[in-house]
Design a protein around this ligand. Structure first.
Ligand code: ISL
Ligand code: CA
Length: 541
């Protein structure tokens, strides 16, 4: 595996509408992001992944794109974006965009043209049929995946909301349009791309194949060759697959992407035999640690991992892997356990101050199309969940948990704006949990993140943490994750992943502690670990 400029970089995910509102219209914006670049620099992150900021009616908060080369006016202007790219670069930071290649908005001019009829050149940009190929195939947000267009007497396919028609990737013009859009951003100096549901662009609709269709890898490679592959950027695919899929996307010689997200651990808290994320279950720590190990071993020498515990679609990591009663230690422990693994750390906005899920007062306070479509589907139509069960599921897993405004300080609206309306509720716990509180406190979660990133990037341990070989220990222990990283130095992480006190015999004497979420004097193999206690130390025996 050849070394790359991005191997030691840390990626920070920004959800623009919830980051910082500069003009008090209730929605975060690009000038708001620019105003926080110094904060991000100080945190120690390098690449800013912005979820879609393109022109969009915002049915799915920007994942319904109406123009890939224009800015949504609620976020600002193209000049603002150029300034963001430039100001980031001045601080040695780079922008990663989020390309939604599988579908567009129904308000995209291509779809509006397509609706004019079979003779229109854009008709073939989408997937129209006389009848649904499989009328039981359900959209990812609940409800049918085929929508009838009366004036055409046809159905069109949409894997997500009906306002997100799927593109027809078998049409070479669609492939060229997407390459052109990417090249537009490459020329602007963007240095990264996250590809939304990229595993779906090889679908073979007539044979009822959606994810990982037969043409997938050929399509991704072609896109690489026609656009981003000509630039020295970093790419990550959102692809819901297993190890072989991760390799197929990311082995260097395949000339596709650099890495993919793995969701086996985060989605393991959804009961798929019932209603998925709306019927959550507690984390199985043995499964979690062994799955993380599995990906580490599989991609160790040949490819690259992503280290992710939160994003804009998942609940907060404290509520999934940690415990709100142990908010500070669990937040720090999860970070240390996860970001000392081999791969690229991804931090989701607000994670660095330990933001938590939000208790909404009923359905009205939610904003996500997935909540409303799933409610209609699961509660009203199929009646498989009661309203109470559904709301309980939302508290644990709804995407809006991660979309509440960033809590900057303890002023009205948490400093997200100057006290005007906000598009989504501010979590009332902002009085306790906010950036300002934590900035000057050396023991805060924020300070812990800064220290962790400093060690990872600018210390005598950096090379080991970036390139060191992974090995796991105590694989049968269901509570404690133990692993080493080795390359010139040997480092070990011991992480109690539970809210209980657990005793273990460590494979190595713990004495040269580098970072830990408890302040303790240690000098032994036998350890009595506090809830979520996590230790990074150098093995010197
Ligand atoms: O959160 C999910 C639904 O329960 C996921 O399955 C999600 O839909 C899936 O990860 C795809 O996500 C991406 O594409 C969606 C968009 O809504 C998500 O925000 C995005 O991350 C459609 O573009
Ligand atoms: Ca605004």
């Amino acid at each position: 595996m050849n070394k790359k400029w991005w191997h030691d970089k840390v990626i920070y995910q920004i959800y623009p509408s919830s980051f910082k509102d500069s003009n008090n219209d209730g929605i975060g914006d690009i000038p708001g992001i620019i105003s926080k670049l110094d904060y991000l620099k100080e945190l120690g992150v390098d690449i800013l992944w912005l979820t879609p900021f393109f022109k969009s009616p915002m049915v799915d908060n920007g994942y319904d794109v109406a123009d890939y080369c224009d800015i949504n006016p609620i976020f600002g202007t193209m000049e603002d974006m150029d300034l963001l790219i430039e100001e980031s670069k001045k601080r040695d930071m780079y922008i990663m965009i989020d390309i939604v290649a599988n579908h567009t908005s129904n308000e995209h001019p291509w779809f509006k043209e397509a609706l004019k009829g079979e003779d229109n050149p854009y008709y073939d940009y989408y997937i129209f049929k006389d009848h649904p190929v499989n009328e039981h195939h359900r959209s990812c947000f609940g409800g049918p995946a085929w929508t009838y267009v009366p004036h055409l007497n046809k159905y069109y396919f949409h894997e997500f909301a009906s306002e997100q028609p799927d593109l027809n990737w078998n049409n070479p013009k669609v492939r060229q349009e997407m390459a052109n859009a990417i090249n537009f951003w490459m020329e602007k100096g963007v240095k990264g791309i996250r590809f939304d549901v990229i595993h779906m662009i090889g679908k073979e609709i007539d044979n009822d194949i959606y994810g990982y269709g037969p043409t997938l890898h050929e399509r991704v490679r072609e896109l690489n060759h026609n656009s981003f592959g000509k630039y020295d950027i970093v790419t990550v695919g959102e692809a819901w697959g297993g190890i072989q899929d991760a390799k197929d996307f990311s082995l260097e010689e395949r000339e596709e992407l650099n890495m993919t997200f793995q969701f086996e651990v985060t989605s393991s808290t959804n009961d798929h035999s019932r209603c998925g994320k709306f019927t959550p279950k507690p984390i199985d720590t043995l499964f979690a640690k062994n799955t993380l190990s599995k990906y580490q071993y599989a991609l160790n020498d040949c490819s690259w991992n992503t280290l992710v515990v939160e994003n804009h679609d998942l609940g907060r990591c404290i509520n999934r892997f940690g415990d709100e009663n142990y908010r500070e230690v669990s937040s720090k422990g999860i970070a240390l356990m996860n970001y000392c693994l081999k791969g690229t750390p991804y931090i989701y906005q607000g994670q660095e101050i330990g933001m938590t899920n939000i208790k909404m007062n009923g359905l009205e306070e939610y904003r996500d199309v997935e909540v409303f479509n799933s409610y209609k589907d699961l509660v009203e139509e199929r009646k498989v969940l009661t309203k109470e069960e559904f709301l309980e599921g939302c508290y644990k897993e709804a995407r809006d948990n991660n979309r509440t405004p960033i809590q900057w300080d303890d002023s009205v609206n948490a400093g997200f704006n100057e006290g005007h309306e906000t598009w989504i509720k501010v979590n009332p716990n902002y009085l306790d949990i906010n950036v300002k509180n934590q900035q000057d406190d050396p023991n805060s979660i924020l300070s812990f993140y800064k220290e962790l990133l400093r060690i990872r990037k600018h210390s005598e341990y950096s090379n080991t943490l970036v390139y060191g070989k992974f090995e796991s220990y105590l694989n049968e222990n269901k509570d404690v994750f133990v692993y080493t990283r080795e390359e010139d130095k040997k480092l070990c992480v011991i992480s109690n992943m539970t809210n209980k006190v657990v005793e273990i015999d460590s494979p190595f004497i713990v004495n040269k502690v580098i970072l830990s979420n408890y302040k303790k004097e240690l000098n032994s193999r036998h350890l009595v670990l506090e809830p979520f206690e996590t230790i990074l130390f150098e093995v010197v025996e």
